[in-house]
Design a protein around this ligand. Structure first.
Ligand code: PLP
Length: 493
């Protein structure tokens, strides 16, 4: 029997004397939620993947103010089903192919409930020794699965964006400019430069904004025709900047870019970073976890010569949002950037890892628990098989596109993402092709049967189909191909 906080569990006769009348139990409510989740996850494909709603419809269905009196759980649950669920974009839908497709392993969902129940804040070792030590252990497990050396440390963050920001903050600190202590304003400092490409994820520019580097100092190094950073162009950009008195702060290489999943040549980039003594951050948010497949181990070639690496188990390792991992060759670099211990957080615990020292956050969620449950419940073998099948499905889809003269793939597709477009015979005008494909995207997504997103490559409008959901099967990908062809046939040129 759980006595706190649920109106139907208790009658309060004065604030200091709660008297519990056990009308319903927490167990019943939780079982109700469990049944809903099971029912939902067994068939998320019964919902339209994108809700057909106008902006503001969900908010309009909700009251203007919070209730003064607590309401029965059952009534809240009914409104969840009536108001919230119809406005959900179903990332769990097996034909969710937009952005990077994701899904959560059931064991991870259960573990999230346990983590919420424990509600620990993983900041000091003593604020939850199990949480702190489990994080270290499962990060070691992940590092080993990916083939990283044991002296790399994995730290969990909410997102790759925050992990990337943290890495660049450490890079900035390692320049020895005393920015941590003295700031950047009112001082005469060299212009700091970050080297990336036009394909680099936008969070790097946001980090540059937040760290006082400025967007214009994120240099877009040229790419080759497969959207990979050109090491010669990188070398040239660094030399030019140095000649102008600028100070290179970091190079960001991407293994699995957001638009196309292109893979920057990390070994050649690492050579330059080491020679030039520049921090190398590798963003492998999407693709990095695929390195647990022996046939994809090449994804991490050269990475152990980098300084930091980010991978997102919440993208393609079946962990529910959020769980991103920053691997560090030398964890002390991040501690030097962020550790700050006020009196009320000092302890006598000795040589322990206090996770509050590794970033901007103090209290952190117990994210390692869901990761531990998932790795144990699925096992590495099953996870490998799932990733392998996603890659195979994407390759199959790309093959259908390549074998049809009305369609074309638009970039190499080494993993589970395919960039493509509809290119009907006789149409060569790029503006017209953009209109046709933008129309096609809208039509396909309006069916509620599947969801894809788009990008632009060299100014050309391109559709993206990403596979990463535990429930996506060959028949879903076949259905997607049929829907695309059916909707394309209805487009006037
Ligand atoms: N890096 C890459 C390559 C990505 O594709 C993404 C998101 O798609 C991110 C970083 C940002 O990830 P997060 O949402 O975890 O911040």
């Amino acid at each position: 029997m759980l006595r706190l906080g649920a109106r139907d569990d208790m009658v309060v006769l004065g604030a200091n004397h709660p008297i519990v009348i056990r009308a319903r139990t927490f167990e019943e409510d939780f079982a109700r939620v469990g049944r809903w989740i099971e029912d939902y996850l067994n068939e998320p494909g019964r919902y339209p993947v994108l809700p057909a709603l106008a902006p503001g419809e969900v908010a309009a269905a909700l009251p203007d103010a919070a209730p003064e009196e607590g309401e029965p759980f059952e009534r809240i649950m009914a409104d969840f089903e009536r108001i919230i669920v119809p406005g959900i974009t179903h990332w769990n839908h097996p034909r969710f192919f937009a952005y990077f497709a994701t899904s959560a392993a059931p064991a991870a969902i259960a573990a999230e409930a346990l983590a919420a129940a424990l509600d620990v804040k993983v900041m000091l070792w003593r604020t939850s020794p199990s949480a702190a030590e489990l994080e270290s252990v499962v990060m070691r497990w992940l590092g080993r699965l990916m083939g990283l050396p044991d002296n790399w440390t994995g730290i969990i963050y909410d997102t790759a964006s925050v992990a990337g920001f943290t890495a660049l903050a450490a890079a900035r600190e390692s320049l020895g400019l005393r920015i941590r202590e003295e700031g950047m304003s009112g001082r005469s400092l060299p212009v700091l430069r970050v080297y990336a490409t036009a394909q680099t994820h936008s969070h790097i520019e946001k980090a540059a904004i937040a760290l006082g580097i400025g967007r214009t100092n994120v240099v877009a190094v040229a790419c080759d025709d497969a959207y990979r950073m050109d090491p010669a162009a990188l070398e040239h950009a660094i030399a030019e900047d140095r000649a102008r008195g600028m100070l290179p702060l970091a190079i960001v290489a991407t293994v699995g870019t957001t638009s196309t999943s292109s893979i920057d040549p990390v070994p050649a980039i690492a050579d330059i970073a080491l020679r030039e003594k520049i921090w190398l951050h590798v963003d492998a948010a999407y693709a990095g976890v695929a390195s647990i497949l022996p046939e994809c181990a090449y994804l991490l070639d050269g990475v152990t010569r980098a300084d930091s690496l980010v991978v997102n188990p919440h993208k393609w390792l079946f962990i529910p949002m959020d769980l991103s991992v920053l691997f560090l060759r030398d964890e002390a670099t991040v501690r030097r950037a962020f550790s700050l211990v006020p009196e009320y957080l000092t302890t006598t615990d000795g040589d322990v890892r206090n996770y509050m020292d590794y970033g901007i956050q103090l209290g952190r969620r117990f994210r390692a628990l869901k990761f531990w449950f998932t790795l144990r419940h699925l096992g590495a073998k099953e996870i490998r098989e799932r990733l392998r099948s996603h890659i195979a499905l994407a390759q199959r889809f790309a093959g259908w596109i390549d074998n049809d003269s009305q369609w074309e793939t638009m970039a190499p597709h080494p993993l589970s993402l395919v960039c493509f477009r509809y290119h009907p015979a006789g149409v060569s005008d790029e503006a017209q092709l953009e209109r046709i494909n933008a129309d096609l995207l809208e039509r396909v997504n309006a069916t509620g049967e599947m969801f894809i997103s788009h990008t632009k490559l060299d100014g050309r409008y391109v559709l993206r189909l990403a596979i990463g959901n535990l429930r996506t099967t060959r028949s879903d990908v076949e259905a997607a191909w049929s829907i695309l062809q059916r909707e394309a046939a209805g487009i006037s040129q």
